[in-house]
Design a protein around this ligand. Sequence first.
Ligand SMILES: Nc1ncnc2c1ncn2[C@@H]1O[C@H](COP(=O)(O)OP(=O)(O)OP(=O)(O)O)[C@@H](O)[C@H]1O
Ligand SMILES: [Mg+2]
Length: 261
Amino acid sequence: MPNCESDMTDDIAVLAHPRTKVAQSSATQAVLEVENLTKHFEMHHLGERLFAFEGVTFRLFPGQFLLVTGRNGAGKSTLLRTLYRSYRPKGGHVWLDTAEGRIDLARAADVDIALLRRREIGFVTQFLNPRPRVTAEDIVAEPLRLAGRQKGEAVDEARRWLGEFGVKRELWAAYPSTFSGGEQQKVNLARALILPQRLLMLDEPTASLDVNARHALIRRLSALKEAGIAMVGVFHHRADIADLVDSELDLTTQEVHHVAE
Ligand SMILES: Nc1ncnc2c1ncn2[C@@H]1O[C@H](COP(=O)(O)OP(=O)(O)OP(=O)(O)O)[C@@H](O)[C@H]1O
Ligand SMILES: [Mg+2]
């Protein structure tokens, strides 16, 4: 998970206690509605302000896949982190349709963001964050355990996903801190994708994967799309996900294009 920026602290608009205020949602509503989203970084040592992106606007419906493109430094990772609220935006709205109604992630209280990350929004990065003395199968099973699943059942399913992504059986009960980069990434994917969430962000998840794991990832993403999960992704090799993409947001021009059938 990306590091939180220092401006993500207490100047938070807590709209209601204990939960952020929500609005009613309807069945046909967009999963995600982003309006005029703007993010910049204050470069205090330079006395300058760096715009990552400005006025980004799009809507995403269930099962839709938005590909985010743009040159290096265009702001792709920053956009995903801002949607996930690791970064606080400078302006705009990020309306998410949740089980409890529409919530503006740009303004929601940190406590609510933490809950939403368990149940509604997932983020797949290129890197696993291995923890000391936690086995691969326990790391992968954790989202299921947090969702209340019984331990044996959660670990069985974790093993199934480790197998699916091609992690060798003898590594399942080992600690991933010594795994290779590709093996760590496979554990990361199994963990991030084991529990379907309403909205999934993906930041170059195929980097360092072998061909079998890439195929396993595409199969999983296709199944999630089929199940109505909305996705926003950055992919270095667009051929990997060409069949999944519904629209494209080019951050160099900040235009959204719909992909023809
Ligand atoms: N925490 C930060 N503080 C200051 N500037 C940042 C921070 N994070 C990113 N930036 C700057 O914001 C711009 C966008 O960075 P970002 O990582 O979003 O680009 P990207 O489109 O994902 O690039 P790449 O294709 O190389 O992954 C860059 O110029 C980067 O230097
Ligand atoms: Mg990036």
